[in-house]
Structures are given as C-alpha cells and as structure tokens.
Ligand binder design. Structure first.
Ligand SMILES: *[C@@H]1O[C@H](CO)[C@@H](O)[C@H](O)[C@H]1NC(C)=O
Ligand SMILES: *[C@@H]1O[C@H](CO)[C@@H](O)[C@H](O)[C@H]1NC(C)=O
Ligand SMILES: *[C@@H]1O[C@H](CO)[C@@H](O)[C@H](O)[C@H]1NC(C)=O
Length: 127
C-alpha cells in the first residue's frame, strides 16, 4: 500500500469508529401530520473554507426535506438529501466548532422516514 492509501484507510477507520448513534445528533423538535421537524447538532470534524455539504440518508421514501440555513437537494425515492451552505459567510467552519441546523422532513405514509446516517464533508457523523 502506498503512503496515501494507508492514510486514507486509517482516516476512514477512525471516522467510522467515532460515529455516534444518530439519536445523539438529531433531535426531533416536533411531529406533525406526515412531517417532523428536527435539529442537527454536531462538532465539525474538519474545517471548511469554501463551503460544506451535509448528507442525510433515510430509511424509507420521503416527499421533501426543507432547511432554513442552507440549500437542499434530495431524492425521496432514493432516500437521500444534501444540504449545502447558503452563502460565503456561512461557508467557513472551524474544526471542532459546534454547528446546529434545523430541518423538516415530509413523508407520504406512516411510519415516518427516519435518518439512518449523516455525513459532513463525506465523514460519517452518525448512523
Ligand atoms: C438545536 O438544539 C441544540 C441543543 O438542544 C440547541 O442548543 C440549539 O439552539 C438548537 N438549534 C436550533 C437552530 O434550534
Ligand atoms: C421508495 O419507493 C419505491 C417505489 O415504491 C421503491 O422502489 C424504493 O425502494 C423506495 N425507496 C426507499 C428508500 O425506501
Ligand atoms: C448567510 O447565511 C446564513 C445562514 O443561512 C444567514 O444567517 C446569513 O444571514 C446569511 N448572510 C448573508 C449575507 O446573506
């Protein structure tokens, strides 16, 4: 293995071993009719300069994900949503900085679509 691939391997193992249960990272604030409102709170594992991406993976179909402090794209049938920073001021996060963000999930039928795992800059935060 080259030095780079060993580095990537070690980094991946460390990232997986520290990943928390998502119930420690995502707090459900309220549940409505076929939607719930949540709050993601996490410590940034790496710094970002020009922007960041937070990816959510769901256990089943949903019809929409909305955020206030960011832009979102999603595919409800594939079960993922991607949240990115809204502007340049918001793009920079220090490593170790606590970040929190509210979002809403709409789902077509019960039971509610739940978050299976969450990634920040492709690093797993919880699962
Ligand atoms: C999210 O939850 C955390 C911890 O309860 C709280 O400190 C923070 O203010 C909340 N953020 C938002 C945007 O509601
Ligand atoms: C969403 O529904 C479609 C059609 O019923 C199904 O093929 C797909 O596997 C579902 N996706 C998820 C993430 O449950
Ligand atoms: C940048 O985005 C953040 C988070 O959405 C927001 O609080 C802030 O007002 C925005 N700043 C500008 C200059 O639009």
């Amino acid at each position: 293995m080259s030095r780079i691939s060993i580095f990537v391997f070690v980094t991946a193992v460390v990232a997986i071993s520290v990943a928390l249960d998502c119930s420690n990272v995502i707090e459900k604030e309220s549940e409505g009719v076929r939607n719930w409102l949540g709050n993601i709170t996490f410590i940034a594992p790496v710094p970002t300069v020009t922007g960041w991406t937070l990816t959510l993976f769901f256990d089943r179909n949903f019809t929409g994900v909305g955020v206030w402090d960011g832009f979102v794209s999603y595919d409800g049938a594939e079960g993922w949503a991607e949240i990115v920073n809204r502007n340049e001021t918001d793009a920079r996060i220090e490593a170790g900085e606590k970040k929190s963000l509210r979002f809403r999930v709409n789902y077509p039928t019960l039971p509610p679509a739940e978050v299976l795992s969450l990634r920040f800059q492709d690093i797993e935060l919880c699962r």
